[in-house]
Design a protein around this ligand. Structure first.
Ligand SMILES: [Zn+2]
Length: 331
């Protein structure tokens, strides 16, 4: 049995290719944050490297040494390539060192060398260029598994070299059952989180394990809503508070950017928002009041501010400028 929860269509697509010996050299799994893209990539890696795969069920055994090493992230033929701790962007040196160079070496144990690159929208143009060479002429034993929550922001040259597999949200029922059976949540907790998760099991699991994350997120959203109605001096004072160090500033910006995506989606008439409850109602209210171009313009400012922090800009200055750009809106 495969450990995959949900995503039957996507799983069927990749396992059919494996069974037919027609695995592609590059897949791009798309879908919102925490929907299960990296989990699917890891499960596929297990299937490729498993010593005793269940051929009839198209599933890795889950217990052999190879499967366990993949689960623990220490299989010699699996490389999970993510930005350095505290950085949002994946630097070109990391891709050169851990993808381009290693891709040319033969696998050390199984018959594949697998590279998982989560969130490929977080690459500098140089990083994408370095990666394209490997994507264009991948060595026979190489499989690249990319994920992205924002495929619309990827270069066409990157997209065209991958098989794109969109992941669909799980149903609240699937999430509730998984939380109870695999994460031992109480039925009440499972139901509540499943309703909030918007089809993203990973989000529900994180929220189950760290209730403080839910509170922190709600708090930061409340802050930006209050600040939208506040005068300049209050905003500038708040900016100083959020920017005591780069990490705090980044955490606040992460919450704001995700939530402002919802404001922008609501402003532009889309209905698939990630927020729920009060946060969602407030996103819809702000979105409708601002309209699509203004909401989108501030989303761009938020993304620029994140990039600036990655490039070691002064957190306080960055947040101050952002606070002055925040569209003014009464309660
Ligand atoms: Zn196995």
């Amino acid at each position: 049995m495969s450990n995959m929860i949900g995503h039957q269509q996507a799983w069927a697509r990749v396992t059919r290719a494996v069974a037919a010996g027609q695995i592609s050299h590059a897949y791009l799994f798309t879908g919102p944050e925490f929907i299960g893209k990296t989990t699917l990539a890891l499960e596929l890696t297990k299937l490729l490297l498993c010593e005793r795969p269940d051929v009839a069920a198209d599933a890795p055994c889950g217990v052999c040494a190879a499967c366990r090493k993949v689960a623990h992230g220490n299989h010699p033929d699996l490389m999970l390539v993510a930005p350095e701790e505290g950085k949002r962007l994946l630097g070109v040196e990391i891709v050169r060192e851990f993808v381009v160079r290693l891709a040319n070496l033969a696998p050390s144990a199984g018959s594949w060398r697998v590279f998982i690159l989560p969130d490929v929208e977080r690459m500098t143009p140089q990083t994408v260029n370095a990666l394209l060479k490997t994507l264009e002429e991948p060595p026979a034993s190489v499989v690249l598994l990319l994920t992205s929550a924002e495929p619309e922001n990827l270069l066409p040259t990157l997209l065209s070299r991958c098989q794109v597999i969109p992941l669909q949200p799980l149903t609240p029922h699937e999430i509730a059952v998984a939380l109870e059976e695999s994460w031992h949540a109480s039925p009440a907790e499972a139901r509540e989180l499943a309703a909030l998760a918007n089809g993203r099991l990973g989000w529900a699991v994180r929220a189950l394990e760290k209730p403080e994350l839910r509170e922190e997120r709600a708090h930061h959203i409340e802050q930006i809503v209050t600040l939208a109605a506040a005068p300049r001096d209050v905003r500038l004072k708040a900016a100083a508070g959020f920017s005591s160090d780069g990490d705090t500033a980044r955490r606040v910006l992460d919450v704001w950017t995700l939530w402002w995506r919802d404001v922008t989606l609501a402003a532009c008439g889309a209905s698939h928002l990630t927020s729920t409850g009060t946060a969602r109602r407030e996103a819809e209210r702000q979105g409708q009041a601002l309209g699509c171009p203004r909401a989108e313009a501030f989303l761009r400012k938020l993304i620029e501010a994140q990039a600036a922090l990655d490039a070691n800009a002064n957190p306080r200055l960055t947040l101050e400028v952002l606070m002055l750009d925040l569209p003014r809106l009464g309660h």
